[in-house]
Design a protein around this ligand. Sequence first.
Ligand SMILES: *Cc1c(COP(=O)(O)O)cnc(C)c1O
Length: 354
Amino acid sequence: MKLFTVGPVEMYPETLKLASEQLPYFRTPEFSEVMFDNDRLLKQSMGVKQADKTIFLTASGTGAMEATVMNCFSPQDRLLIINGGSFGERFSEISRIHNIPYDEIKLEFGETLTQEKMEVYSECRHAGLLVNLHETSTGQLYDIQMLSDYCKEHQMFLVVDAIGACFADTVDFAKYGIDVLILSSQKALALSPGISMVVISERMYKERVSRISPSSLYFDFKRYIVNLERGQTPYTPAVGILLELQERLHAIQELGIERVRKNIKILAERFREKAIEKGFRIPNYPLSNALTPVILTPYAEIIYERLKEEYGLVVTPSGGALKDTLVRVGHLGNLEWSDYEELLENMKQIQESL
Ligand SMILES: *Cc1c(COP(=O)(O)O)cnc(C)c1O
């Protein structure tokens, strides 16, 4: 079985080895050192200043998205949400549940986010923008420079869910004036699912997080921030994934973040070129390096099923309205070009047989 999914993805041998070992007890100085190391390396890799705050949350990415909204905003605020697919829709759902008013820029499938679409809301005095930098359900990568400029001009907090983008596309916290960055273990980091990281700017911490008391014990960021000062989390974390993270972050540092991103980009570009040569259709909105959406109307689901059952190749199927239209081919984790040659060959064969 080979995974061309976006999370979990093909893991590296070093991660698999760690995942098979006995876990240590974690209220120890040794484990605190692991956490300090994770915090430092993560910040380095994302252009984050050491004074900014990291929260290591034992939750999937959605837990981190919800916790972010609860700790950074209140019903007195009004938010702007980019809803270009199911992950954007999730931010809207979270805001509704927490009674935070919002406007959304809704993109139909195939539509590109543009400056004009943003300007419609320019008089609305939004407190913050919530965006999934890479809307993983379609593969669209939004223009971070444009979003950053918009937030600066309108004095809004910029909240970036980079779960589907980090390590695959350029994410620079300080350069783009990001206030909250959300990451998760199971995507480009290629770790087990279960740990999400939220990085918060000093400004967001001082003006919002330190003053807001969310109606939640487990998701109160202040407790995580205070505990991390001694290298700890308030509750038992997914200890094993934090050890996997340390190993992975060291590997990324050794290779260099630019190289890591470049390697993913090379695979993505080569895959797109060969797929088009073979007659496959790829949408023309801006794409993340993390995955390539391939339009297979009306056979997407059938091709996904047959690739999995007949060849053990697992691409990412789509849900909802895109079920029969799109499969998504991931470029994250431990994959190499020969894997894609095999995939393209078999995809073509199945398509021709239909
Ligand atoms: C994967 C992903 C998430 C997290 O989903 P979970 O299933 O909760 O881990 C959130 N946002 C984006 C953009 C993603 O790609």
